[in-house]
Design a protein around this ligand. Structure first.
Ligand code: ZN
Length: 202
């Protein structure tokens, strides 16, 4: 029997590779992905809905798929096999998704990121994480009568418990000259006041 040419072998691996990727991609049927709105602790969370435009199977590290013009060398065959190997062991599904807003914001979400805490395939799965966050918000951060937010951690502090502290920071005075300035900050604790002072010193 005649030995297969490198080019034939290359084309065979290519076909096998394409079938492998196609099968992986076809397992994914999600049309939308729900994201827990990413924000600070200072507001209620809700959902962001991403529309899935395309699904790919690839690796997180940059890897160029070997291609040939007409003829393959043994080296081409070796490189394609190696590429296939890496894809088999490290490949992952990525969802290319976008918003229908005027900015057409788009993103890539890896399958492993869909953890029912930050991302989920359905609204239901995210609602626990959102409810948990919102409960903490209501208890600690929601504006309350007789309280003000701590300048550093943003938690509500009863007015009679506020720690007032002078914070030194670098800024410009009304003449535009760089100076060391001060302001009085409101904090829940000495620790937050210290953290705020540290963040001002950069
Ligand atoms: Zn605080």
């Amino acid at each position: 029997m005649k030995k297969k040419s490198n080019t034939d072998e290359f084309r065979e691996i290519e076909a096998e590779l394409d079938a492998f990727i196609k099968a992986k991609v076809e397992e994914q049927t999600a049309k939308v992905i729900y994201q827990r709105e990413f924000s600070t602790m200072e507001k209620h969370y809700s959902f962001v809905i991403w529309n899935v435009d395309k699904v790919s199977f690839t690796t997180r590290k940059y890897l160029r798929r070997p291609v040939i013009n007409k003829r393959a060398t043994a080296e081409h065959v070796r490189q394609l096999r190696e590429y296939f190997n890496v894809l088999t062991t490290e490949g992952e599904i990525i969802f290319h998704a976008s918003h229908n807003d005027k900015y057409k914001t788009s993103t890539g979400i890896w399958l492993s990121e869909i953890d029912n805490d930050h991302y989920a395939f359905d609204e239901e799965s995210l609602s626990d994480a959102i409810a948990k966050h919102n409960k903490i918000y209501d208890e600690k951060y929601a504006p309350r009568e007789g309280c003000i937010p701590c300048d550093y951690c943003k938690k509500q502090v009863p007015l009679d418990k506020v720690v007032k502290q002078k914070i030194w920071y670098r800024g410009r005075d009304s003449f535009g000259i760089a100076r060391s300035l001060t302001r009085i900050g409101n904090f829940c604790s000495g620790e937050c006041a210290m953290n705020e002072q540290c963040s001002c010193e950069g």
